[in-house]
Write a protein that binds this ligand. Structure first.
Ligand code: TNX
Length: 526
């Protein structure tokens, strides 16, 4: 059951004392906080970072320069030695894990890493330290000596973005990726389709975007949000997707596409009416206004559709993982379809659609497995017999208990509990806070102190891949609301993904987060 309970799930320990007035919460400004900090003294704040690299490391240096330039256009973080830049050399560290890095401070600075992501993250840490010391010199400084040795707590540190309920331009998505890497997030779960709109160009079915990407154009849906203009929406061309995927790669971000099936498919079925069983009668609903919005597992053309669409997307997305949705097929789905009733009888289904959905998902997964991919899905994919656990991961979203059960059953799982990590939920208790409420509200503190896996068994923890923010966009009707809801909670989740539980500190994070607008720059306007 879903719950609006806002009782703290687990408090982190507090290794840093609560700062008094005027006291610094930490000597340097870094979010997420590094796992080993042994720095000494302070030096004059350098005018920038003068980065020297060769071979593969040069790519990381270039990616950092690009990142710094576009997140902070008015504030050069990279500068040559002649202009007062501090010499920073990227060197190859032996035996380090892919995302780990080590920074050694001195008259010159070295960043040791085994590869691209490590160097990039080391530079991000240095860039944050520099920015903090520059903009808040009474609070933070630039270390004179010592070292930072750092590696992530979890391999999966994600953010999802729902581009169906609101459309975000290619430029906005790219900007969001930059904000992600500045927070050392490494998985972008791109929710490309839903009832309200289909957002990716598919050559086999031009109607999907010609009809399905626009409100008030073929889609008999009310202007739920926005201006009420006759035609709002948009979609990504294949060229745009390739551009985003390439940019993400330079930032060490894996782009996981989601095409939400069999539920949440109203836009697709509206664009391609032959996807529905022609003999289906009656109507079932999940979210209001979207009747009969689920692909019918007993209707054969549905599989050809899925394979053609997924086939085209597999060429665009190199990620090992491909997310197929599988959430929220309502009770009563397909009951009016003679085909589905017959199939349900055959497979021994009950009144609930769970077994039909499982049969559908197994076929879809078989296709993806044959193409070398891991099938991602929301936690409901385990219902009705489930899917093949060896080639799957689930995203747990209703309650933490359900996620733990899935891990116990043997599913790999990414934690995104609605109560804490759904960034569309109100960002605090005040009545005037914008946002949704079905999972309650979660302020930055509640989101920050939640620590997944604390009381899980060792066996269950082996299945815990990491954490993920979910940015559902029904309520994010303008940029101000987006920023209000997404920040600083995105950074709070990023810190839980990166920083060891025992090194998390709410007072430290709170103090840093108060400065985030200055330090992190959010979205530059286009
Ligand atoms: C549930 S989480 C949904 C989404 C909504 C979200 C709003 C999930 C898998 N489905 O369709 O956007 O709640 O919070």
């Amino acid at each position: 059951t879903l719950t609006g309970d806002n009782a703290p799930l687990k408090r982190g320990t507090e290794p840093f004392p609560v700062p008094g007035p005027g006291k610094s919460p930490a000597p340097i400004s870094v979010v997420p906080w590094p796992n080993h900090v042994a720095i000494e003294g302070a030096r004059d704040v350098p005018a920038g970072l003068a980065i020297t690299a060769s071979g593969e490391a040069q790519t990381a240096a270039d990616a950092f320069a690009d990142l710094a330039r576009s997140l902070f256009p008015a504030d050069a973080l990279v500068r040559p030695v002649e202009e007062g830049g501090l010499s920073v050399t990227l060197v190859t560290g032996a035996g380090q894990k892919p995302e780990a890095y080590r920074i050694v401070f001195g008259d010159e600075v070295t960043v040791h890493a085994a590869g691209h992501a490590g160097w990039l993250y080391g530079l991000v840490t240095l860039g944050q330290i520099l920015r903090g010391a520059r903009r808040h010199p009474l609070t933070f400084s630039f270390p004179a000596a010592g070292e930072i040795v750092d590696a992530p707590a979890f391999g999966w540190r994600g953010s999802h973005l729902d581009v169906s309920r609101q459309f975000y331009s290619t430029g906005e998505v790219e900007q969001f990726l930059k904000v992600m890497v500045w927070n050392k997030l490494n998985r972008f779960h791109w929710h490309l389709t839903d009832d309200e709109g289909w957002r990716v160009e598919i050559d086999a079915y031009p109607e999907l975007t010609r009809v399905g990407a626009w409100r008030g154009h073929g889609l008999p849906m009310p202007p739920l949000f926005g201006t009420g203009a006759a035609r709002t929406g948009g979609y990504y061309t294949k060229a745009a997707i390739r551009q985003v995927v390439a940019l993400a790669e330079t930032f060490g971000i894996d782009v996981v596409p989601e095409v939400d099936v069999p539920g949440h498919s109203f836009a697709a079925i509206t664009a391609l009416p032959w996807l529905a069983d022609p003999d289906e009668t009656g109507a079932y609903y999940f979210h209001d206004n979207f009747p009969n919005g689920c692909l019918n597992p007993a209707h054969e053309p549905v599989y050809e559709f899925v394979e053609k669409v997924f086939g085209e997307l597999l060429e665009l997305f190199p990620s090992r993982t491909f997310h197929v949705g599988a959430d929220e097929v309502p009770e009563g789905a397909w009951e009016g379809s003679p085909l589905a009733r017959a199939m349900n009888e055959e497979i021994g289904g009950t009144g609930s659609p769970a077994k039909l959905q499982a049969a559908f998902l197994k076929r879809v997964q078989t296709f993806l497995t044959a193409n070398g991919r891991i099938t991602g899905a929301w936690e409901e994919a385990a219902m009705g017999g489930g899917i093949d656990k060896e080639h799957a991961y689930l995203v747990g979203w209703t309650t933490i208990e359900v996620s733990q059960e899935r891990a116990e059953e043997g599913y790999d799982i990414v934690i995104a509990p609605g109560q804490r990590y759904y960034l569309d939920m109100a960002n605090g208790a005040a009545w005037s806070e914008p946002g949704a409420s079905w999972a309650g509200w979660s302020g930055p503190e509640e989101t920050y102190i939640f620590q997944p896996g604390g009381d899980w068994t060792e066996e269950q923890k082996k299945h815990l891949l990491g954490v993920q923010a979910c940015i559902w966009s029904e309520h994010l009707t303008d940029r101000a609301i987006f920023d209000r809801l997404v920040f600083p909670r995105l950074s709070a989740i990023a810190e839980t993904g990166w920083t060891q539980a025992e090194r998390k500190s709410w007072p430290r994070f709170r103090a840093m987060a108060g400065l985030l607008p200055n330090l992190y720059g959010y979205w530059a306007t286009e």
